[in-house]
Design a protein around this ligand. Structure first.
Ligand SMILES: [Fe+2]
Length: 392
């Protein structure tokens, strides 16, 4: 079979996030993550669109947050329509393309569904050509944009210089991970319509590690990528047994549909970044201490040979490590999901990952088992009388 021609994606330039409380997002991005506030919607755009937006930027990452000005559910704007159905979440992914007209023609030929015609916008700097398409995942759309000197982030956005300086060294989006009840339609669409290829897959079930348990959580995960731009989408679906208690199914129930679970942001120095983020009050998903008890043996058994970091420092900062060949590994950490960060279920189950790659191209598969085994170990310890674990 001949492969579909590449769409000419240059990069995934940002995400568009729909929120109920724009001020809360502003505080999170500028005060906690040290993103700069770079754009705001103009009063004319707000009057016309019914939503208020701000863009937060660090490195090559743009996060546009939009909140409805009127009540959620009045249907006047995209943010209100999204939020009438879902908690806060990712509503659009924005791709920079070389040639928007060519990408539009290729997508239409291959069964993509444009929402609007290709638009050409001009300002005193140049042109922006753009269009959006629907996707097989819930209410998340894709927008393709060709920049030719156009100054504004998008029409009606006015420059803003506010808060933040990216002192944690955020660089770019490494991958976007999405959850589905069944991921095959997304995989086929990514392959046949977008022209992506499969690059990685893993299946994991906690019941395989401890069959006696009689409960558990499982998933299948397949990563598709565009080899030209190296844009990567990880896709998850729940796995039986105990489909309903799969963390992927629970996420979909909380989001009330398929959609983006997490976005991974790269940093050049994850130790410094996590140390700084923790002191700024950012909460991360906890890692049990026994994960680090087992880490030296895991590293020795994996073929990584040596790592540059101290296990004691990784333990202190609760950073995870994975890899499978000589001196090639990755370090990753997950922020607490938005609902947990804000103590508000309507903030949604989305979370950020922070990742530093040191030659490894994977997605932390080894951490699934290691984390599960650590949790089991901790649970066994706490079920034993004090001191009993020494003789176990
Ligand atoms: Fe990830």
């Amino acid at each position: 079979m001949t492969r579909p021609a590449p769409l000419g994606i240059k990069r995934l330039e940002g995400i568009h996030y729909y929120v109920r409380d724009l001020e809360r997002s502003r505080r999170f991005y500028t005060e906690k993550l040290d993103f700069a506030e770079t754009w705001r919607s103009s009063p004319e755009l707000e009057a016309r669109s019914g939503q208020r937006s701000a863009c937060f930027s660090a490195g090559a990452i743009d996060v546009v947050c939009s909140a409805p000005i009127g009540p959620v559910g009045d249907g006047r704007c995209r943010a209100a329509r999204f939020l009438a159905k879902h908690p806060d979440g990712v509503g659009t992914l924005m791709f920079e393309v070389e040639d928007a007209a060519r990408a539009f023609a290729l997508l239409e030929q291959r069964g993509g569904t444009p929402i609007d015609d290709l638009q050409t916008l001009r300002d005193d700097g140049g042109t922006l050509r753009q269009f959006s398409i629907t996707t097989p995942f819930g209410d998340c759309t894709f927008r393709f944009r060709e920049h030719r000197g156009y100054r504004a982030l998008y029409p009606g956005a006015v420059p803003y210089r506010g808060g933040g300086g990216n002192r944690f060294g955020f660089e770019q989006i490494d991958h976007v991970t999405s959850n589905f009840q069944t991921m095959k339609p997304m995989l086929l669409w990514l392959e046949h319509v977008l022209g992506f290829e499969q690059m990685w897959e893993v299946a994991f079930h906690t019941a395989d590690v401890d069959p006696a348990r009689g409960s558990g959580s499982g998933l299948k995960s397949i990563v598709m990528w565009d080899p030209v731009s190296q844009t990567k989408f990880a896709n998850n679906e729940p796995a039986r047994p105990f489909f309903k208690s799969s963390q992927i199914n629970i996420f979909n129930e909380e989001l009330r549909g398929d959609g983006v679970q997490h976005v991974a942001l790269t940093v050049g120095d994850i130790l410094g970044a996590v140390r700084g983020l923790r002191s700024a009050g950012v909460s991360f998903m906890p890692t049990p201490g026994s994960y680090y008890d087992m880490l030296p043996a895991r590293i020795a058994g994996s073929g990584i040979a040596t790592i540059d970091e101290d296990v004691a420092t990784l333990r202190e900062l609760q950073i995870l490590l994975d890899g499978d060949h000589h001196h090639a590994y990755m370090l990753q950490v997950f922020l607490k999901e938005s609902a947990g960060l804000y103590g508000d279920p309507s903030a949604g189950p989305f979370f950020y990952e922070i990742i530093q790659r040191k030659g490894d191209r994977g997605f932390g598969a080894g951490n699934f088992r290691a984390l599960f085994e650590s949790i089991e170990r901790e649970q066994r310890k706490s079920a034993m009388p004090a001191g009993a674990e020494d003789g176990a």
